[in-house]
Ligand binder design. Structure first.
Ligand code: PEP
Ligand code: MN
Length: 342
């Protein structure tokens, strides 16, 4: 339920509502808007109704949140956007995040050199996988903790916040120590115990859309994290499976404005995994910026032909600055700016 407070409501009145909501075992989630505050009461709807909160001092009205995702819904923020601060890099609202880096942390040299290239071209976060979800159990699975140590060094050298994937709860502590934004990959989007644990960790989380997941399922995955009191959630469209075989996945660009209509959460696009082809990464990135994405996440490698993982879709380090400049221009037309990390 949404408990909409009057613009004149005092702190004490808001607190009194929160306490009554919590007294029946429901969770109270306060959203402070510019004009008024809203309290999302998450719990048994009948029990909340029975509190008769519309008669409480400072309360304007009590309305149901009709969507199955409550904390992720746009209704809770009354159309306002969530702007997240990920290790100093802003994302959402007018802030466009350029997340770039290798698919996989292969070596210290490859990761550090890529980190410096993307940083000087204006990237706001560094991506790199230490734990890799591979289709074949015989393929390289990532450097694990050694990879995390390399990412830590890259952050120390460049100042870029780190985006890295967590696949297994057993690695949570090690990943949280290094990650500014934990990536939950497409294959784990519906791993509900993993989502709950990253929610409890308090570390910001980026959830990639499952290969065959609907928009509602993606938002329900976000709800699992939000429900644990972790408000820093980024959604990522990375292409879905369709009948088309000419490219790796079909990038669902329609999902961007639709997700932004349904939810207050920032939405980024991964054109690299969607396309699976370097030549498609730039046009899809520009399209993503044009439809209002809050950022993109792209793979970059100093020598893609030698890459252990996803070489055919990696941008050459040498081409990255020109690419980033074009993306920045289109993002600006869409009303967003790429913030430098200091
Ligand atoms: C990745 O970003 O490294 C990755 C494996 O992506 P996805 O989960 O979208 O396939
Ligand atoms: Mn990859």
């Amino acid at each position: 339920m949404l408990i909409v407070m009057k613009p004149t409501a005092s702190r004490e009145e808001i607190q009194a509502v929160v306490e009554r909501v919590e007294s029946i075992g429901a969770r109270a989630h306060i959203v402070e808007g510019e004009e008024l505050s809203i309290i999302g009461a998450i719990g048994d709807r009948e029990h909340v109704m029975r509190l008769g909160l519309d008669a409480s001092p400072g309360v304007d009205k009590v309305v149901p949140i009709l969507k199955p995702y409550k904390l992720a819904s746009a209704e809770l923020h009354q159309g306002g956007r969530s702007v997240l601060d990920i290790g100093g890099a802003k994302i959402g609202g007018e802030h466009f995040a350029l997340i770039a880096g290798p698919c996989t942390v292969e070596s210290r040299e490859q990761t550090l050199s890529t980190a410096h290239v993307v940083k000087s071209a204006g990237a706001t976060l560094l991506r790199g996988g230490a734990y890799k979800p591979r289709t074949s159990p015989y393929s390289f699975q990532g450097l694990g903790e050694a990879g995390l140590r390399i990412l830590k060094e890259a952050k120390a050298e460049t100042g870029l916040p780190i985006v890295t994937e967590l696949m297994d709860i057993r690695d949570l502590d090690a990943v949280v120590e290094v990650a500014d934004l934990i990536q939950i990959g497409a294959r784990n989007m519906q791993n509900y115990t993993l989502l709950t644990e990253v929610g409890r960790s308090g570390c910001p989380v980026m959830i990639k859309r499952g290969l065959s997941s609907t928009i509602e399922e993606l938002l329900m995955a976000a709800e699992y994290v939000l429900k644990e009191g972790n408000e820093n959630v980024v959604l990522c469209e990375r292409g879905i499976r369709t009948f088309e075989t000419a490219y790796r996945f079909t990038l669902d660009l329609t999902a961007i404005p639709v997700l932004k209509g349904l939810s207050h959460l920032p939405v980024v696009v991964d054109p690299s995994h969607a396309a699976g082809r370097r030549d498609l990464v730039e046009p899809l990135s520009l399209a993503a910026a044009a439809v209002g994405a809050d950022g993109i996440i792209v793979e970059v490698h100093p020598d893609p032909d030698e890459a252990i993982c996803d070489g055919p879709q990696a941008l050459h380090s040498n081409d990255f600055a020109a690419f980033a400049a074009k993306v920045e221009q289109v993002a600006a037309i869409a009303g967003k700016r790429m913030g430098a990390v200091v």
